[in-house]
Design a binder for this molecule. Structure first.
Ligand code: PHE
Length: 422
């Protein structure tokens, strides 16, 4: 257990081991017996390793100081299982690709980068627990995560409290980075995304009336619904009804029947792919023929698996398309496909960009303290990422174009790019 190598493994929280203070004398004896070499580069050793930003005290025995860690340990939390599993899995793959490249080029600050990952199963409470463990048990210097905004809000509150920088690759709800000055993201926010879909619906699809169906417990879904509505009404559109659902529900017929009664031109559905697929299937059974419109939460190969013909022809906004001809995109698609045997989705691209931006920031940072790394992150400027040119603004967000995709033959197909207007 002590010398467990965990760099590339998924960890279910329930199966991870915690080290409590009572176990430390024994642990220390074991470490001395096995020798320090075994500990080097071991990402689960950290209860015995001093780090600059540790807020815990009294964990180290007074003598025999452990040498400076020879690696830089980064934390990751994400939904590797559950109904948003592809979010966590794709992001993890993207991070791993970025990390391996970084290590091939000498790591950061002359040290190898290692990653400790926890599976939060897409659950808010697990997200908070995962971040607490990354900080207190593993002593990571910075954290990448989460995808879902509600989970980034939960995890971000913990990271901010301990002063450990967190970079969300893909959480788009405005409030995520408002948690505090240690919380960053490398993606656009929902105010922009809502505008993108509204503009596309109005100008490209010429819709006048768009009904809305959203997940009432999701910060992302609620926020994006409001942002879309505002933008759509601003440019002369009409939202005849607004219905709410619970994630994971199996029967959406009441909401869909109410929507059908308003005879809309399209239905805006800012949810995550599993619910979206199920809702589309039920809508078609109820005779609803108009296209669905959505946001980045649709981004999963599972969407078409679940939604099948019901989701065919519908549109959603996203952070990138694998069909873009920019060299950054094409090179990433080639490397990722060769390694993982699948075409990378937007989450993979954002995970990769988040990892790269974090490594570059750590490289520029004068120390491994949370304060220094956060300052370096804040200075990120014109980084040529796979998902666009990334500059971190004063609110710790990134302003980038979005793409509109259409589900065609079960595949996300590039339709348009929409630039930030201001
Ligand atoms: N933007 C979504 C959220 O904030 C997460 C997401 C990003 C999902 C990109 C898929 C692709 O909850």
């Amino acid at each position: 257990m002590v010398a467990k190598r965990s760099t590339k493994r998924f960890h279910a929280l329930s199966r991870s081991t915690t080290m409590n203070l009572g176990a430390l004398p024994l642990l220390w004896a074991l470490l001395l017996a096995t020798g320090c070499d075994k500990m080097r580069g071991d990402s689960s050793k950290s209860s015995a390793a001093p780090t600059p930003n540790s807020k815990t005290t009294g964990e180290l025995p007074p003598k025999d100081p452990t040498p400076e860690p020879t690696t830089v340990l980064i934390g990751e939390y994400g939904s590797l299982t559950g109904s948003e599993a592809t979010f966590g899995q794709s992001t993890h793959n993207g991070i791993i690709l970025g990390l391996e490249e970084q290590n091939t080029q000498g790591g950061v600050k002359g040290k190898k980068v290692e990653l400790k990952t926890y599976d939060d199963q897409g659950k808010t409470q697990e997200a908070g627990t995962a971040v607490t463990r990354l900080i207190n048990d593993d002593k990571v210097v910075a954290i990448i995560g989460e995808v879902a905004s509600s989970l980034s809000l939960a995890g971000g509150a913990v990271a901010q409290k301990y002063g450990v920088p967190m970079v969300s690759p893909s959480s788009t709800n405005m409030r995520v980075t408002m948690v505090g000055d240690k919380i960053f993201r490398v993606c656009f926010i929902d105010q922009f995304q809502g505008y993108v879909v509204a503009k596309f619906a109005r100008e490209n699809l010429k819709t006048a009336k768009v009904a809305v169906l959203y997940d009432q417990a999701s910060a992302y879904s609620k926020g994006l619904k409001d942002d879309f509505k505002k933008a759509f009404v601003d440019i002369g559109g009409q939202v005849p009804t607004e219905q709410a659902y619970d994630a994971g529900a199996t029967d959406f017929s009441a909401q869909l029947t109410s929507i059908r009664a308003t005879n809309p031109d399209a239905i805006f559905l800012p949810g995550y792919y599993t619910d979206v697929g199920n809702i589309a299937v039920q809508a078609r059974k109820l005779g609803i023929k108009v296209p669905f419109l959505g946001g980045d939460g649709w981004d999963s190969a599972k969407l078409a698996e679940i939604g099948g013909a019901a989701i065919e022809g519908s549109y959603y906004s996203n952070h990138y398309s694998h069909e873009e001809q920019r060299p950054e995109v094409q090179e990433f698609v080639r490397k990722y496909s060769a390694k993982f045997g699948q075409v990378p989705d937007g989450l993979a691209a954002l995970g990769y960009d988040a990892a790269k931006i974090l490594f570059h920031a750590i490289e520029r940072s004068p120390s491994l303290s949370g304060a220094d790394i956060a300052l370096a992150l804040a200075q990120t400027k014109d980084f040529h990422g796979v998902t666009g040119i990334i500059t971190i603004d004063k609110d710790r967000n990134a302003q980038k174009p979005a793409v509109m995709l259409q589900v065609k033959g079960g595949k996300p197909t590039y339709v348009a790019t929409i630039e930030p207007s201001k």
